[in-house]
Design a protein around this ligand. Sequence first.
Ligand code: NAD
Length: 361
Amino acid sequence: MRIIKVAVLPGDGIGPEITAQAVAVLHRLASQGCFSLEMDEAPVGGAGYRASGHPLPEATLRLCKSADAILFGAVGDFSLDTLPRELRPEQAILGLRKELSLFANLRPAIIYPELAGASTLKPEVVSGLDLLILRELTGDIYFGQPRGVRTLENGEREGFDTMVYRESEIIRIGRVAFDAARKRGRRLCSVDKANVLETTQLWRDVMTALGKEYPDVELSHMYVDNAAMQLLKNPKQFDVLVTGNMFGDILSDEASMLTGSIGMLPSASLDANNKGLYEPIHGSAPDIAGKDLANPLATILSAAMMLRYSFDMSAEADRIEAAVRKVLADGLATGDIDRPGSKRVGTAAMGSAVVAALGVQ
Ligand code: NAD
């Protein structure tokens, strides 16, 4: 039987509660003979700092390097916000991306029929929405050099950053995007600002050339300002969107809010070999931590993405997603997705319902 080696990093706030539910889901599939699970847990973020003085302790990083995939809860602890920036909990994510070369961030935005009313947009605009945003994660203006704040001759201070992409970096994310489009509706929209920025003119040229290798995928291009507008006006026109780090940062948050349910959205960050880190898009939600109030579905759906992308187990991923759809159709809801007529449950009960929906084999 296939052995899958997963590092579990629960993190802070609601992290431990929600990852426990995703772990229970993976155990259920393992008990049904889908795979053999090797799982180890390690502290990260504020928990990492408290355990060994660093948000990404060396032992945690070692564990992640030796695993095939990482299931990540959330990090963030306001009581540690006065620490120097490099010791703050959120630095763990940046450290993991860099150390593991996780360059491709995949964020699906899906509207479940029961939750169409949760969006701030009209139900007819969003119902049936199913789009995937691919954001490049390790390049662009966030990492380009030089950067800094300098003092000019007249004494005025000036801040500066460098937007930079190499051809090879664009090809790398482009391939992930074309491959993802092939597994979906075969339409890819590449987002840039080629009318103003040289870097993104190169982005457009490289994507266009790469598109010739994927004649079965319909490639289009859109300027980022228009894409921001189109996501609100007619989001269902998109299948897969691919863009750079900064534009993707903004557009992926915008797209996630089309669904109106932060507790429902998973994400994946992949390296060149499909090793990945899987996490809900939300943070550590300290306001509801430890109260059995958090929605574990985004983390459970992250585990489904893990099976799909890192282990090529689409059938098992489909089963988890179907189990989530079933509990929603049965009317179960945590507070964030509560709606008229739904049955309010806590984190643990929601997780158990998904496990139960996977049945006994
Ligand atoms: P947040 O996502 O933690 O919470 C925003 C709001 O959404 C809160 O009201 C929270 O209760 C609610 N919420 C979030 N997840 C939920 C869930 N699963 N179920 C029900 N409700 C949920 O964002 P924030 O409050 O701005 O940040 C809190 C901490 O998380 C900060 O320290 C921040 O830096 C960190 N953060 C971490 C990540 C990450 O780990 N990837 C991402 C974003 C923010």
